[in-house]
Ligand binder design. Structure first.
Ligand code: LLP
Length: 425
């Protein structure tokens, strides 16, 4: 579900005409729909409401300050992975006790900042990290709460670069080591180890891997409790799929249907860390066609957006539906699917201007005839779009625009050339 739709042949985000928006803000530009974010956040909160659950939005997917402030208003918790993300949450005015901090490589500085900020749970990924956390908490005389990230060795059936819950990845500790871990560290007075954390991968478009991982975690919790440990929290991670193609991913309620019964009578506090399913469909990248050209059998539409704005196609073969913002006269709105081909379509590679062959936004797309100056929307770009953007080729990063109803505001201005060199000597 999202609030992007064609009205009389023109793409709107909520009640904002994106052609008019682009004329004012310029291209390339990211646009986010607040109503879509709210819908997906609420869907998670409602789906997991039968449990004692906190929805911690994974801000690595979308971390604009104005967006985070909306989530604070809605009462969300947050999943963060760096000192920078802790800082963003403080600036957004988050209740830091509802923030969970993951990551395999937390530095002393990051840990100290998070302790000072009062972060709710440290999701710890190794013995060495736990010892360091306990040491720093003791030195600060500030007890913290920790959860052990276990690696349930479950295949999430997704891209290898975003598979995290299998044994051969760097994440968490093998589930077989967990009992030894609790035996060694379960009584630390400064890092109170009272939870388990899972995150199996992303995007996970099926529900079974969650069921498998949670079932393994619950069996482990029973063993740990039998051995005298207090376990009061299970964080089931994120990774819930999103609709890059219409209907591709189960929605929150469908995941919850299978997950909630597993957890209902455990007495555990539950944390859920969705990023993509909340933010993905809330965003589009607007980009303008600069040139059209043929090469061999191919047709290229060269646009002003590029891999520096959206790296998912280059990095993971990520597929994003791309379509003109203004439809040809009388044309029907498209269906967002790989199969979709309008009458008279041409096969086009939509590429950016960066000096890399991997700089494409979409390959072999069946699009209506394009012209220089046409505006294209790259859909489902709200998650891991702007947050993974770079300035490679000294390209200033795009603005981010937040739409609420019939209003919009630029919540990050377009970078200037001065911004490119600002931190340099
Ligand atoms: N929790 C933890 C511990 C994570 O590592 C992640 C994502 C999430 C939650 C949120 O996952 P989500 O619900 O957004 O799928 N850049 C890649 C995705 C990398 C995900 C990294 N961790 C992409 O663009 O597909």
């Amino acid at each position: 579900m999202d609030l992007y739709a064609y009205r009389s042949g023109r793409l709107f985000c909520e009640d904002v005409d994106l052609t008019a928006l682009a004329a004012e803000v310029g291209t390339p530009a990211y646009v986010y729909s607040a109503g879509t974010l709210r819908h997906h956040y609420r869907s998670f909160a409602e789906a997991f409401a039968p449990l004692d659950a906190t929805v911690c939005f994974a801000i690595k997917s979308l971390s604009n300050l104005s967006v985070l402030k909306l989530f604070v208003e809605w009462g969300a918790g947050f999943d963060v992975v760096s000192g920078g993300e802790v800082f963003r949450e403080q600036r957004a005015g988050a209740d830091m006790s509802r923030v969970v901090f993951a990551g395999v490589g937390k530095t002393d500085r990051e840990i100290n900042e998070a302790i000072a900020a009062g972060v709710g749970v440290f999701n710890v990924e190794s013995e060495a990290e736990f010892e360091n956390l306990a040491r720093l908490a003791r030195a600060a005389a500030a007890p913290v709460t920790a959860a052990l990230r276990v690696n349930p060795d479950v295949d999430p059936r997704t891209h290898t670069y975003t598979t995290t819950g299998k044994k051969e990845t760097k994440f968490g500790v093998d589930i077989e080591r967990a009992e030894r871990f609790f035996a060694a560290y379960g009584r630390d007075a400064y890092a109170r180890l009272t939870g388990l954390h899972l995150h199996i991968g992303s995007p996970v478009n099926t529900i079974e891997p969650y069921v498998e991982a949670i079932t393994k975690a619950l069996a482990l919790i029973e063993r740990l409790r039998a051995a005298g440990s207090t376990i009061d929290t299970l964080d089931i991670g994120g990774g819930f799929g999103a609709d890059y193609e219409t209907g591709q991913a189960p929605q929150a309620a469908r995941y919850a249907e299978k997950i909630v019964p597993l957890l209902a009578r455990t007495g555990l506090k539950i944390i859920v860390e969705p990023g993509r399913q909340i933010s993905c469909n809330a965003g589009v990248l607007l980009t303008e066609v600069q040139y059209l050209k043929a090469g061999g059998d191919k047709h290229f539409a060269i646009v002003d957006g590029s891999m520096t704005d959206l790296i998912r196609p280059a990095l993971y073969d990520g597929w994003h539906f791309i379509y003109p913002v203004v439809l040809p006269d009388g044309a029907e709105p498209p269906v967002r699917s790989r199969q979709y081909a309008p009458a008279g379509a041409m096969k086009v590679d939509v590429v950016g201007g960066v000096c890399e062959s991997s700089d494409f936004l979409g390959k072999e797309r069946r699009l209506p005839a394009l012209h220089r100056g046409d505006l294209l929307a790259v859909f489902s770009a709200g998650a891991y779009g702007f947050t993974m953007a770079s300035q490679y080729n000294s390209r200033p990063r795009t603005p981010e625009v937040l739409v609420e109803g019939d209003r919009y505001r630029v919540v990050r201005r377009r970078e200037t050339y001065e911004d490119l060199i600002d931190a340099e000597a």
